[in-house]
Design a binder for this molecule. Structure first.
Ligand SMILES: Cc1cc2nc3c(=O)[nH]c(=O)nc-3n(C[C@H](O)[C@H](O)[C@H](O)COP(=O)(O)O)c2cc1C
Length: 356
């Protein structure tokens, strides 16, 4: 069975004895991040300072067995090659199917939106602030083709209603923004946090422009992804996500984002990040917030990139030479060397990484 929502997956991990429940009180500031980096197992933090109703789930894809389970495969009979073949096969898309949301939601709109209602961890001491978008999906519609795109773009909480969105200039979202700015038309964006893991795998994949990642997620799961239309934006979002945001990217507005610990294990700054204004925030009553602390050698972000690289679906949007080297290192899962290339390229660009 392929879990259709994050909770089903967490239950499955629990049944298999693969979930570590942390029931003691933990602080969203640094502590969750530190524990996440130390453990190489899925963690469910059940008691969080300031957030009595919420939990936080991290490290959901921290091993090959986790990837197998989230794709409905038997971990005992699944090797890395099987996972790669499964991801390649997922390229045959299965269109999402509309379905009604069944969970009870808490909701704030307009002036009532308060992003601090969520237990977003402050992942690392080197991070500037709390990053709400680390293991989630950003959905926009291509103003030219009308086709939806999903990606994973880091987001920092700026205030109650705004976040940054760090977008590589070669990504599809960057192209959507460019076209929206050229037309002077607003660009709506929906964000879902706490979705089934194959949805994040699909969103992180470097598909061609016009290929719908939600249909790729269906291909990965072997059945259509259940989606519903947003309330504010006419964009499909996975049904039964833990958290929804709807709003728009501010046109012709850029801010500095970071420092933020990136995949290379060093703090990274993006001087040209976008700003997202959230017009609607909805979350499940007993929300399970999903995120991750990136940059640990062999952490879940690295494993995900390694799987995508083996399926020819990873792209760090650097030069061709860098892409070849990074894909080579990822395929061999030489994560420390991968990080060294990231540090080297930052040095080349004149960014001197601060000490951890
Ligand atoms: C954990 C994680 C964090 C990521 N953060 C970013 C980011 O901040 N900015 C970015 O441009 N890409 C980021 N990516 C990579 C993109 O998700 C990836 O390039 C994706 O293919 C973009 O899709 P799109 O071009 O179809 O929109 C991240 C990927 C993962 C797995």
């Amino acid at each position: 069975m392929v879990p259709q929502e994050l909770r089903q997956y967490i239950d499955l991990l629990n049944e298999r004895g693969a979930l570590v429940r942390v029931s003691r009180r933990v602080d969203w500031k640094y502590e969750i991040g530190t524990l996440t980096r130390k453990a190489k197992a899925p963690l469910l933090f059940e008691t969080i300072v300031d957030y009595p109703e919420a939990s936080v789930f991290t490290n959901g894809l921290s091993s090959r067995d986790c990837f197998a389970l989230c794709l409905g495969l038997d971990p005992r009979r699944t090797n890395w090659g099987d996972l790669v073949r499964r991801v390649r096969r997922g390229r045959v898309p299965i269109k999402p199917t509309p379905s009604k949301l069944s969970a009870v939601l808490r909701e704030r709109r307009g002036s009532g939106v308060d992003l601090y209602a969520l237990p977003t961890p402050w992942w690392h001491r080197a991070d500037a602030k709390r990053y709400i978008g680390t293991w989630h999906i950003n959905i926009t519609r291509d103003p030219v083709t009308g086709i939806e795109n999903a990606g994973v773009y880091r987001m920092k909480v700026l205030d109650e209603k705004h976040t940054t969105v760090s977008v590589s200039p070669k990504s599809h979202l960057a192209q959507h923004v460019k076209e929206a700015e050229r037309r002077g038309e607003p660009l709506a964006m929906a964000v879902a946090v706490g979705v089934a893991e194959p949805v994040v795998i699909a969103a992180a994949a470097a598909l061609n422009r016009g290929e719908n990642e939600l249909a790729f997620a269906g291909g990965l799961m072997g059945r259509p992804l259940e989606v519903q239309n947003g309330d504010l934006c006419d964009l499909p979002v996975p049904s039964n996500a833990e958290v929804y945001m709807e709003g728009e990217l501010l046109l012709n507005t850029r801010v500095s984002d970071g420092p933020y610990m990136d995949y290379a294990g060093i703090p990274n700054v993006n001087p040209h990040a976008h700003v997202y204004r959230v017009g609607r925030l909805a979350w499940r009553k007993d929300v399970i917030f999903r995120g991750t602390s990136v940059g640990e050698p062999g952490g879940e972000d690295h494993l995900l990139f390694a799987l995508l690289a083996a399926a020819n679906l990873a792209d760090f949007h650097g030069s061709v030479v860098r892409k070849i080297i990074q894909n080579f290192l990822l395929r061999l899962r030489l994560f420390r060397l991968l990080q060294a290339t990231g540090v080297f390229s930052q040095r080349l660009r004149g960014k001197v990484p601060a000490k951890k």
